[in-house]
Design a protein around this ligand. Sequence first.
Ligand SMILES: NC(=O)c1ccc[n+]([C@@H]2O[C@H](COP(=O)([O-])OP(=O)(O)OC[C@H]3O[C@@H](n4cnc5c(N)ncnc54)[C@H](O)[C@@H]3O)[C@@H](O)[C@H]2O)c1
Length: 315
Amino acid sequence: MSTPRVGIIGCGGIAYAHRDGYRANGIEPIAFMDTNKAAAEALAKDVKNAKVFDTAQALIESGMVNVVSVCSPPAFHEEATVLSLRNGIHTLCEKPLAHTIESGKNIAAAAASSSALCMTAFRHRFLASMVKIRSLLDEDRIGSVVFFNNIFCGHAPGMKDKWFSKKALAGGGSMLDTSSHSADLFRFLVGEVAEQKAVTNRRMENADVEDSAVLIVKADNGAIGSMTSSWMAGTGEAYVDIMGEKGRIFYDYIKGTEVRVELLNGEPEVHNVEVTWGFKEEIEHFLGAIEGKYPLACTAHDGLRSLEIIMRCYS
Ligand SMILES: NC(=O)c1ccc[n+]([C@@H]2O[C@H](COP(=O)([O-])OP(=O)(O)OC[C@H]3O[C@@H](n4cnc5c(N)ncnc54)[C@H](O)[C@@H]3O)[C@@H](O)[C@H]2O)c1
């Protein structure tokens, strides 16, 4: 592919992280679209020769871009992503892949029949901490995994006033929002999910989705995962804790710099890791895969699997 010419569809909060991720890889996004035109104009503001489009279709069919980031709410991912893929445009779609399994399947089908790549934006896979944990597991440092425990909790009561708490737009609540990352990390670090169930609660008023949940999964290799999500839980917590037959690997996102290993027979270890948000690394991977340097590590299928695991718990 010639030099990436990038468009961003949906220009709210996360679009800034995408823009900065492309910039950190030496590429300035040039085309912007948001149903709230002021949001697209704000993101385009300091870009020379930027163009703001009124619709996703106009941006995609303009011929101006060959790479697109889809950063709209989940209910709108399918429309933009499928059209983009049909036009041969490499597409990075934010998580969760969609708001329903059917919509996610439509995206995965479009990805399978497109000449372009479709990546689900699971940035956690690309964090130095998770890459380190993956390599420690590959080295069999803690033996086969017995438990994967993960919490992503924060105090975000403002979610009740946003699309995040509207089922028709989001597809689900805290579990789909944050545990879609967790389910992907489980599949990345532990294995494919064979069974899933969840307990959820909604204490937020004006919301028709859960604000707190525990998702429990069992991998086809027998490992058990527990993933806790909340927008309401006090001061918050974020960690990945993996217990194997021979030891344990622990990473605390809030402390940040250390992956700790405790072994049944051996001294504790500390592995220092760089702390980033993962957007630069995720986009670096996406652009490298587009260049043909390696296969895409995180696909629409991965997005669909994470979506299926969680959506099946709601029914
Ligand atoms: N990877 C992460 O860590 C992470 C973090 C936050 C959000 N996200 C995901 O990013 C996506 C967007 O979240 P956000 O926090 O930026 O939300 P946001 O509300 O800040 O921004 C969404 C933007 O999309 C626009 N929009 C709405 N409908 C649209 C449409 N049909 N076409 C184009 N634009 C439309 C809105 O006007 C708004 O500007 C969601 O899928 C969310 O789950 C991912």
